[in-house]
Unconditional design. Sequence first.
Length: 255
Amino acid sequence: MNSFFHINIFFLVLFITSNTYAQNQIVADLSQENVKISTDFQGAKILLFGAYDGKKGDDIIVIVTGPKGLVTVQKKEKILGVWVNTRKVNYINTPKYLSISSNRRIDDILNKKTQKISEIGLNNLKIRIQPGIKVEKEGNWRQALTRNMLKSNLWSINENSVTLNKDSLFRSYLKLPSNVITGQFEVKILHYRNSKLVSQQINSINVSKSGISAEIYDIAQNYSTLYGIFAVLLAVLVGWGSNLIFRKVWWGIND
């Protein structure tokens, strides 16, 4: 109900200010700008909606980018009947979350050269392997990175998912998986006409932890040494308790 009221107010304000609305401008908003992750977090679905100064045939592309950092790709091999990690490659400056949505096929909106320059597409991201690591068949590792991120629902391409109405309104749903990372997420809305960028707007979503999970996360980040010691002691305590219970059960059976 609140989201519906929020949306109606947005378009009412937009209508009132339409006379002063600049040409080739986008006005957009989100149904939710702050996402709280608790222990029972199952993901989030956020509505992106807005208006644009469009013409017939115009296109909208929405790119949501999460915090960037190091992502590791590991290679497993079977040794003596057991699958073990034998090699790994670290990619730096890698989006921990990426969603690209559009009103139709991206290849029908932009040519390959423009996609590469604008970093639109999973294979056009300007990420690189951590310096100092020698890698053979780099292309295979890069494909593995994309495959892993898609499998974990942290990267996605959502063509035909942006709805346009009367060449002036648009809406799209942004989906955050349950394993999404915390931090600031950039929401970029791009308006294209005849494959040329006409206008754009950038919004943001803040994803943070709440409840006891937030407290544990803060301790792990700010007091990593104490957190490590506590984790070791807890593991020892659990092991000792399990062993004690097992011994009592065992002796009880044999008494």
